[in-house]
Design a protein around this ligand. Structure first.
Ligand SMILES: NC(=O)c1ccc[n+]([C@@H]2O[C@H](COP(=O)([O-])OP(=O)(O)OC[C@H]3O[C@@H](n4cnc5c(N)ncnc54)[C@H](OP(=O)(O)O)[C@@H]3O)[C@@H](O)[C@H]2O)c1
Length: 497
């Protein structure tokens, strides 16, 4: 669509935290790509807000460099960058300083913007300040066709802080104006979970407790905490991954078909899953979660530092760099089907997948060597790095020897469609501009996620440990996690890179 011909005025895209990593690596390259594909119906004017002593020119220069470095498709088109950034304005101000907001308001007024997006690309502890400052200035809302605010995760660190942030947001903005980003939902393959389930007839009849033995969801990272160590030590896997991405993947895997594919009905169905999660409270939480920390590990004569030896990590930290958990969804579809969830740092590969393990056959007919096992049917939805879907089953090995071998039916995004899927932020920014909230988390989802997670945090706090189980860098987590799943006569999947 070449919407530029129908321009009805520009959209003011105000980025709080414009000098930060997210803006440079994700937001501007995504806006550039959307402009390049002519997907944005109107002109976008960038207005940056941060405290570094930059000016308009320097901001335009740094963001241009960022697009050159991080654009998904190269070579980049300098004409499009210049159209996107030539009028970009920088407002130098602390988030706490009223004068910055006055300047911003004057600028929005002068240019008579009728459509405004406020994007909070800032540390979460600045959210309340910015929201209150924006809303203190009622002028922002005057003469606007629409006004939207985008909030990055994490939204809070437990139920209380999430509720307080939500109160601030909802005091100033209506739910239709609030876009809470969980960038996992912008990934094509995450959206494909719903298409796969609800645009195909063959799997949905099997998608329940009658045919599924269990579900395994893995989000593994091969890197350590790196430069995020300080932040990570205050959050751990539970806040960084589990409270948002992992629970969102659970809801998409488990939800019922919505009555229509729109924001309200999709989120209504996700919400029902969150409400059906069996609470993990006190002793039950301890029994159904396993935490771990990566340890000093010798690899090729070199000792790599464990978590407790990372810079900016407390020496006696009990923040988990690995977490596995067993969840149940107490509804008719999923009664007593375990959902095993795991995520961690310094694991063997970077991979995200949802594996649906179907039940074993009722009776074995073949008294043959069976290398596929009694339950060979696994459907794997791979979200990263090579997005695709695999269905495993047993087949007769060719030849006179009677043997059953495991084989796969494969679908790979890149092979099928000849291109890599777009970046999550491209989709999410476009949806925000178009006002579609389907892939954004709703108020009640955020609160319900934190209600569930806060009980686990409480159980850990009330039963303090001096140290966490350790695991070697490059292994699949602590041995306790293997024992945890093998007590149910099941095993974690061995993912390949
Ligand atoms: N980076 C990612 O890939 C990523 C991915 C997912 C979610 N997120 C979320 O996105 C948000 C931003 O992340 P980030 O990595 O971009 O953080 P960052 O690199 O630390 O950037 C923070 C930005 O906020 C500004 N800032 C902080 N305090 C300020 C104050 N008091 N007054 C004025 N400006 C202030 C900083 O300005 P100075 O540079 O001048 O300090 C900088 O522009 C976080 O909530 C993060 O969790 C980030």
């Amino acid at each position: 669509m070449d919407g530029r011909n129908e321009t009805t005025g520009s959209i003011a895209f105000v980025i709080f935290g414009v000098t930060g990593d997210l803006t440079k690596r994700k937001l501007l390259p995504a806006l550039y790509q959307l402009a390049r594909e002519k997907r944005i119906p109107e002109r976008i004017d960038i207005i940056g807000f941060a405290r570094r002593p930059w000016d308009d020119g320097l901001m335009q220069q740094v963001l241009t460099e960022g697009i050159h470095e991080y654009a998904r498709i190269s070579p980049v088109d300098n004409k499009i960058i210049s159209e996107l950034l030539s009028d970009a304005k920088y407002i130098l101000s602390e988030f706490e300083d009223r004068k910055g907001y006055d300047e911003l308001n004057r600028h929005l007024d002068d240019k008579k913007y009728r459509k405004v997006i406020f994007y909070l690309a800032t540390p979460p502890d600045s959210y309340a300040n910015i929201i209150n400052n924006i809303s203190a200035c009622q002028d922002y809302a005057i003469n606007k066709e629409w006004l939207r605010i985008v909030v990055e995760k994490p939204y809070g660190r437990d139920l209380n802080s999430a509720q307080s942030l939500e109160n601030d947001l909802r005091k100033c903005f209506s739910e239709e104006q609030i876009f809470r980003i969980d960038h996992y939902l912008g990934k094509e393959t995450v959206q494909n979970i719903l298409v796969f389930r609800f645009a195909n007839g063959i799997f949905e009849p099997l998608w329940n407790k009658n045919f599924i033995d269990h579900v395994q969801i893995t989000v593994s990272e091969s890197t350590d905490v790196g430069t995020r160590a300080g932040y990570f030590d205050t959050s751990g896997v539970i806040r960084d991954m589990f409270a948002n991405h992992l629970l969102q993947l659970v809801t998409l895997t488990a939800m019922e078909a919505p009555y229509a594919f729109n924001a309200e009905s999709v989120r209504d169905e996700k919400m029902k899953v969150l409400k059906s999660l069996r609470p993990l409270i006190s002793k039950v939480a301890l029994e159904n979660t396993i935490r771990g920390q990566y340890d000093d590990t010798k690899i090729a004569e070199k000792v790599l530092p464990g978590y407790l030896h990372e810079d900016r990590v407390a020496k006696n930290s009990i923040t988990e760099t690995y977490l596995s958990a067993k969840l149940f969804i107490d509804n008719w579809r999923w009664a007593n089907v375990p959902f095993y969830i795991r995520s961690g740092k310094c694991l063997p590969v970077r991979a995200t997948e949802i594996a649906i393990q179907f039940k074993q056959i009722p009776l074995s007919l073949f008294n043959w060597k069976n290398m596929a096992g009694e339950a060979p049917n696994v459907l794997v939805l791979r979200l990263q790095p090579d997005e695709g879907i695999t269905l495993s089953f047993g087949a007769k090995l060719p030849g006179p020897v009677n043997q059953i071998a495991p084989v796969n039916m494969e679908f790979c995004y890149q092979d099928a469609f000849g291109s890599e899927p777009p970046e999550a932020y491209e989709r999410l920014l476009l949806d925000c501009i178009l006002g579609d909230q389907t892939l954004f988390t709703r108020h009640d989802e955020v609160i319900e996620q934190w209600r569930f997670v806060t009980e686990i945090l409480k159980a850990w706090e009330e039963n303090p440990v001096k140290e966490l189980p350790k695991y070697q860098i490059g292994s699949w987590g602590p041995v306790e996690s293997e024992q945890f799943i093998s007590r149910d006569n099941r095993n974690w999947r061995n993912l390949q890179g």
